[in-house]
Design a protein. Structure first.
Length: 107
């Protein structure tokens, strides 16, 4: 499950409009739609109904608190990692290069 898809879900959950959600996320509407469809496939059901207007399905409502928690935990993890990266006294000399690369790539 990709964190970006979770973030897109959360914005769409607030907006209930694909166009506005895509604008807030800085992506095209078709890209947002594709990401939401892939998240729905991962979770095994529709998170939003699309017609006549966008609305949240029971699965979407049930998943929202879990996905909010995941996004919050990722944010806290990134903050902690960045804080660790600035404190050279606690940095391990055998730091895993893949972890360091992943930390640099997510900023």
């Amino acid at each position: 499950m990709q964190v970006q898809r979770i973030r897109y879900f959360l914005v769409l959950f607030e907006e209930l409009n694909f166009t506005r959600a895509a604008q807030r996320c800085g992506v095209s509407q078709p890209s947002l739609t594709g990401c939401i469809r892939r998240l729905e496939a991962e979770l095994g059901g529709q998170l939003f109904t699309r017609k006549p207007r966008v609305s949240v399905t029971p699965l979407g409502r049930a998943m929202a608190p879990y996905l909010e928690r995941v996004a919050r935990d990722v944010d806290e993890t990134l903050r902690a990692a960045r804080s660790f990266g600035t404190d050279t006294s606690s940095r391990s000399e055998t730091q895993n290069p893949r972890v360091a690369s992943a930390m640099r790539g997510s900023s």
